[in-house]
Ligand binder design. Structure first.
Ligand SMILES: NC(=O)c1ccc[n+]([C@@H]2O[C@H](COP(=O)([O-])OP(=O)(O)OC[C@H]3O[C@@H](n4cnc5c(N)ncnc54)[C@H](O)[C@@H]3O)[C@@H](O)[C@H]2O)c1
Length: 313
C-alpha cells in the first residue's frame, strides 16, 4: 500500500513506518523533526520535513504522493505544555489534524487512521476498564484538543464521506521512547534502573495505567488500515489490564535483574490534575480488528531495556 505517516520520525510513528515497509508498502513521512529524529527512520522511507500547521505544504505533499492510507500521528504530546500553552497545543493538534484530514480528502485516500488517547479523553471515570462509549471528560488541554480533532474527523466523514478510524491508545512504551523525556514512565524507569538511580514516584504510587507495547500499536494500525469495513469510528487500543506504579517499578527492577530493595522509590508529593485510575476496555478492537492478545509486560520491558542499553552504551 502507499502510505503517508505524519509524525513518522517519532517514537510510535517510526515503528508504524517499519511495519509498513516490512509488508512492502511505499512510505512518505511528514514530520517537522521537532521531537522526531531522522535516525529513527529506515532509509527506504521518504521524509518531507514539514509542519502539519502549514496546510498548503501538507496538501501539496499528500496530493503529490497520492497515498491509499494516511496514518496521522504528528502531535504536540506533552500534557504539561498543553496546560501552559493551550493555543500552541490546539494549533498543532486541532488545526494540524484538520489540515491532514482536508488534504486526505482532497487526495481521495481510502482511509485515515487517526491517533488519539484513552486516558486523557476519559479523565476521571467510575468505569474502569473504560469503554469507548464512556463520556469524554478531559482534564487537560491535550485531551480536549485530541477529542476536538476526533470530532472534526467525524465531521469530515459526515460531510465529505472521508473514512477516518480513530485509535485511542493507552500508555504506549517500547524502544525509541525518549528515556530522558517527561512522558514515558516505562522508558524513564528503565533508564533509572540501568543507571542505578532511584525512581521518583509522585503520590502514593497506587495510580494505575494501561501500559501497551508499541508492537501492539503497530498491529492495530495496520489492521485498521487494511480493513475495508469497520463498524465503529473509534477503538481503544490497550491491554485491558490495570497496573499501578508500585507494581510497575517492581516489574522493571525484576526485568533489569535487580533486587526490589535496590530500586526503592523516592516518594514526592502528588502532582495535581493526574488521573487516579486509567485502563481501557479493549474488546471492541480485539473483535473488529482481530487483534491477538497483548504483548506480556515482562517481554515488552525486556525489549525496552535492551534498546536503552544499546543506545546508552
Ligand atoms: N506515547 C504515548 O503513550 C501515547 C499515548 C496516546 C496517544 N499518543 C499519540 O501518539 C502519537 C505519537 O506520539 P509519540 O509518543 O510517538 O510522540 P513523538 O513526540 O515521538 O512523536 C510525535 C511526532 O510528531 C512530530 N511533530 C510534532 N509536531 C509536529 C508538527 N507541527 N508538524 C509535523 N510533525 C510534528 C514530532 O517531531 C514527532 O516525530 C501522538 O499523536 C500522541 O498524541 C501517544
Amino acid at each position: 500500500m502507499r502510505a503517508v505517516v505524519t509524525g513518522g520520525a517519532g517514537f510510535i510513528g517510526s515503528h508504524i513506518v517499519d511495519g509498513l515497509l516490512a509488508s512492502g508498502s511505499d512510505v512518505l513521512v511528514l514530520d517537522d523533526l521537532s521531537r522526531g529524529r531522522e535516525s529513527n527512520l529506515d532509509p527506504r522511507a521518504r521524509l518531507a520535513k514539514i509542519d502539519v500547521r502549514d496546510g498548503d505544504a501538507v496538501n501539496k505533499e499528500i496530493l503529490e504522493f497520492s497515498p491509499e492510507v494516511v496514518f496521522h500521528l504528528a502531535a504536540q504530546i506533552d500534557v504539561r505544555t498543553s496546560m501552559a500553552q493551550p493555543a500552541h497545543d490546539a494549533h498543532t493538534n486541532v488545526i494540524g489534524s484538520l489540515n491532514v484530514f482536508a488534504a486526505a480528502h482532497a487526495a481521495g485516500v481510502r482511509r485515515v487512521v487517526n491517533t488519539s488517547t484513552g486516558g486523557a479523553i476519559y479523565g476521571e471515570t467510575d468505569t474502569v476498564p473504560t469503554p469507548e462509549t464512556a463520556p469524554a471528560r478531559p482534564l487537560s488541554a491535550y485531551g480536549l484538543g485530541k477529542h476536538t480533532a476526533e470530532r472534526y474527523a467525524s465531521w469530515f466523514g459526515q460531510t465529505h464521506g472521508l473514512q477516518v478510524t480513530t485509535l485511542r491508545y493507552g500508555n504506549v512504551y517500547g524502544p525509541r521512547q525518549d528515556p530522558k523525556g517527561d512522558a514515558g514512565v516505562i522508558a524513564i524507569l528503565c533508564d533509572r534502573a540501568l543507571s542505578g538511580t532511584a525512581p521518583t514516584i509522585f503520590g502514593d504510587g497506587r495510580q494505575t495505567r494501561d501500559y501497551v507495547y508499541v508492537g501492539d500499536i503497530v498491529a492495530a494500525n495496520l489492521a485498521a488500515a487494511r480493513s475495508t469495513t469497520l463498524p465503529h469510528q473509534t477503538y481503544n487500543i490497550g491491554t485491558g489490564t490495570e497496573i499501578d506504579l508500585l507494581e510497575l517499578t517492581a516489574a522493571v527492577a525484576s526485568a533489569a535483574g535487580m533486587p526490589a530493595d535496590r530500586f526503592a522509590p523516592d516518594f514526592q508529593p502528588a502532582r495535581p490534575g493526574e488521573v487516579r485510575r486509567s485502563c481501557l476496555e479493549v474488546s471492541r478492537a480485539r473483535r473488529d480488528l482481530r487483534l491477538a492478545g497483548p504483548t506480556p509486560l515482562a517481554m515488552g520491558l525486556h525489549s525496552t531495556l535492551g534498546w536503552i542499553r544499546s543506545v546508552t552504551l
